[in-house]
Write a protein of this length. Structure first.
Length: 373
């Protein structure tokens, strides 16, 4: 970085990136800033998938909406892009059409010849993705100085992404702590006060001789009991899966026991032996959250007295099946937000959510996810 003009341009580019932006907006800023910094016509940012061998996301800059539409499906890391992923070092090519690793372009793709790709490296040395730029505005091959400039920017971008992810994690932690505080306050303060009011009314009940007043007081006591039950259900719903050091079996067992202890609905757990060791932490966390949501729906809506929870394995998938003996329903398609959330969560983890129910015969929810999602 001997050129003072380029050094100033890099500093200006760093200042343009707003680390407080949402991650999607930040990534778009990174690719547009990188492309303009080096003076190229097109740019892209490829986000590596969990296996580190392919692209899970591809953000472009410089393409017109029509060009994007003609290209259709975005690349996943084949050809030269795949070579950039493998070498994990800058890759500079003067003519893509003559390069041995080129896989060609799909129909409708604008012609591209010059290519420069560099890794986006976070502060711990992890390769988070790759920056790609093509077609210098001066039509000259990319130079070593261009490579050095973009590689430096890639490290800056990795640091900015680190900061953005850290802020997001801190926000999530703050939300989780606030939810825990709310649950504790509801249990320790609100429910105890309602219990106190209920006891006072029960003590006063034998002293009331007027039948109408006696009946109204009984109704008030029933409503208090329902309110306490609703608050307990809410506490159960917002409580978080904090014990990440516990196995999937331990968390599932604690959750089913909690349903009986807090909500008065007996839940029985059956789980395949050794399954905890086959499921990664990401999948285990979401499986427990799915189970919590299913149990909450049952307690709120089904009037069930018994729940059977089964966690099994089917090839690469974990299978969570929950059956209740409640009132059921006859229109699964009209299911509420809770079941829609379960479906979305399953799809995000490569699985699905199937609900089987009929009036008077209970409900079976089968939820699946990839063990290594």
């Amino acid at each position: 970085m001997r050129d003072p003009d380029r050094l100033h341009a890099l500093i200006d580019a760093m200042l343009l990136m707003e680390a407080d932006s949402a991650l999607g907006t930040l990534l778009q800023q990174i690719v547009s800033t990188a492309t303009e910094l080096v003076g190229a016509r097109y740019g892209a940012l490829g986000v590596l998938s969990r296996d580190g061998e392919s692209l899970s996301e591809f953000i472009t800059y410089g393409l017109t909406p029509r060009e994007s539409a003609l290209i259709g499906v975005l690349p996943t890391g084949q050809g030269v892009l795949g070579e950039t992923i493998k070498v994990r070092e800058p890759l500079r090519i003067d003519d893509l059409t003559r390069h041995s690793g080129s896989a060609g372009f799909p129909p409708g793709h604008p012609p591209m010849h010059r290519f420069l790709g560099v890794p986006v490296i976070t502060r711990d040395g992890h390769v988070w993705g790759n920056l790609y730029i093509t077609e210098p505005l001066d039509d000259q091959p990319f130079s070593y100085d261009d490579e050095l400039l973009l590689a430096t920017f890639g490290r800056v971008a990795g640091s900015v992404i680190d900061q953005a992810n850290l802020r997001r994690e801190l926000r999530e932690l703050s939300v989780a702590e606030e939810r825990e505080r709310l649950a504790r306050d509801l249990h320790d303060t609100v429910i105890q006060r309602l219990f106190g009011v209920g006891l006072s009314l029960q003590v006063a009940l034998p002293l009331i001789e007027n039948p109408a007043a006696h009946q109204r007081l009984n109704r008030a006591l029933d409503e208090l009991n329902e309110t306490i039950h609703d608050i307990r259900t809410t506490i159960f719903e917002i409580d978080q899966d904090r014990a990440t050091e516990d196995t999937l079996r331990q968390r599932a067992s604690a959750l089913t026991s909690e349903v009986g202890n807090r909500l008065g609905v007996q839940a029985h757990l059956a789980m395949q032996s050794g399954l905890s060791e086959q499921v990664n932490e990401h999948c285990a966390h979401h499986t427990i959250q799915a189970l919590r949501e299913i149990l909450t729906n049952i307690v709120r809506h089904s009037e069930a007295t018994h729940i059977d929870v089964n966690i099994d394995s089917d090839g690469d998938f974990v299978v969570l099946a929950v059956r209740d003996n409640g009132v059921g329903f006859d229109d699964v398609r009209g299911a509420g937000r809770g079941l829609r959330n379960l479906t979305t969560r399953a799809h995000d983890l490569g699985g699905e959510c199937v609900v089987e129910s009929n009036l008077g015969s209970g409900t079976l929810v089968t939820w699946t996810a990839l063990k290594k999602a």
